[in-house]
Design a protein around this ligand. Structure first.
Ligand code: GMT
Length: 379
């Protein structure tokens, strides 16, 4: 198939899922055309089945906000025509599904079906905002296919938007061959020279991630035992976290790595992964950690319980309950065998439920179904 994929190319779960999906599909022989304002961060430009089409947004003094949605729709149509795309798959409803809807109208009477994948804040925060709700609801209803990345998100979408159309749950996934415990040589010694256990967090440091709770949890752990904290990623709450680290005099034990590539090699040196988010409709970073045999302490919110099984793959706590999270962390870290055992079970669960080898064929068969339905509707 020839598939156009649109996503946010920046550091964030939906962009990562869209890019990994494109790469997995390319490995299965499909031609993938990413359409966005910049190449997605994890995109492999050397794959002959992967192509990138840049959306150029012309500026003009009159435009306080250059109309990206329109430039994107035009580029989608252009790529459909030049590459004979079979379908468009957009990740994150706002504004991508609106652009796809416009592109499909412009392409008519030729067929350009589009699928929208809902990821989380496009529904739970942004989409339910008064300015965006009607258009998001409309573009979801108008999509030829809609998928949600967890059962939780499916239910939220139905509830918040009163959507009557079918939505398919296709969960996020991880490449289980790539995401395996394969530590980057020398990294553990660099981060924890005296063999201290390593706690890790990976995100876009947005307020929803509660990054300062990660530091609070670590401070409680560090008060009881030697340990190191590695914070991977970057974003708006980095300053607040750095301030808290200084205030608690933890500078020697906390490492800010910034944004990283090849995160599996870094996750693989961790003994524990922390994800104390206010809300997660899935929690992709937790899944990536689990695949690398790292047990997870996360919050019992949104779709997280569909990913992390309490007491098996790690532990779930209520948002803001840093004390219980720290107690669980100490329980895991003070007995190395406990952490290893949980980590191994976490990998087994990640493989059993969320392996790319199983999830990508679910997308392929969904694509085929949508193409058949849209052909039948036109006939
Ligand atoms: O809001 C974010 O944290 C980023 C957002 C995104 O779309 O980039 O993440 C959402 O999608 C991820 C990939 O499907 C999920 O793993 C995250 O749980 C989800 N975030 C939230 O629901 C807050």
């Amino acid at each position: 198939m020839k598939i156009g994929i649109t996503c946010y190319p920046t550091y964030g779960g939906s962009g990562v899922v869209a890019t990994e999906l494109g790469q997995e599909l390319a490995a299965r022989g499909h031609d993938i055309h990413f359409i966005s304002y910049a190449p997605p961060i994890r995109m492999n430009p050397n794959d002959p089945h992967i192509h990138f089409h840049e959306v150029e947004v012309a500026s003009y003094p009159l435009f306080d906000h250059p109309p990206y949605t329109l430039a994107l729709a035009t580029k989608m149509l252009e790529v459909f025509e030049s590459e004979s795309l079979d379908l468009l798959h957009v990740h994150y409803a706002i504004p991508h599904s609106v652009s796809a809807m416009l592109a499909r109208s412009m392409a008519a009477p030729r067929r350009l079906p589009f699928i929208t994948t809902l990821h989380g804040t496009d529904i739970t925060l942004v989409g339910s905002n008064r300015s965006y709700l009607p258009i998001t609801k409309f573009s979801i209803e108008q999509s030829d296919g809609v998928t949600a990345i967890s059962g939780y998100l499916l239910n939220q979408t139905i509830k918040e938007f009163d959507i009557k159309r079918p939505i398919e749950v296709i969960p996020n996934f991880v490449n289980c061959d790539l995401y395996t415990r394969k530590p980057q040589p020398g990294l553990r010694e660099q981060w924890a020279p005296n063999g201290e256990p390593i706690l890790m967090h990976l995100s876009n440091f947005r307020p929803v991630k509660r990054l300062t709770d990660v530091v609070e949890i670590f401070a409680l752990v560090r008060a009881k035992m030697p340990a190191k904290l590695v914070l991977m990623g970057d974003g708006p709450d980095r300053g607040a976290a750095e301030y808290l680290v200084r205030k608690k005099r933890l500078q020697k034990d906390v490492i800010f790595t910034g944004k990283q590539n090849g995160v599996y090699e870094k996750l693989s040196v961790a003994d524990l992964f922390l994800m104390p988010s206010q809300l997660e409709s899935f929690g992709l970073a937790a899944l990536e950690a689990m695949a690398c045999e790292v047990p997870v302490i996360a919050t019992n919110v949104g779709g997280v319980p569909e990913v992390v099984e309490h007491g098996i793959d790690g532990f779930l706590v209520e948002p803001g309950d840093v004390k219980t999270a720290a107690d669980y962390a100490i329980e895991i870290l003070s007995r190395a065998d406990r952490g290893r055992e949980m980590g191994q079970r976490a990998r087994l669960d990640a493989k059993r439920k969320f392996c790319a080898n199983d999830v990508i064929p679910a997308y392929e068969s969904y694509y085929r179904r949508v193409l058949e339905q849209s052909a039948a509707a036109r006939a």
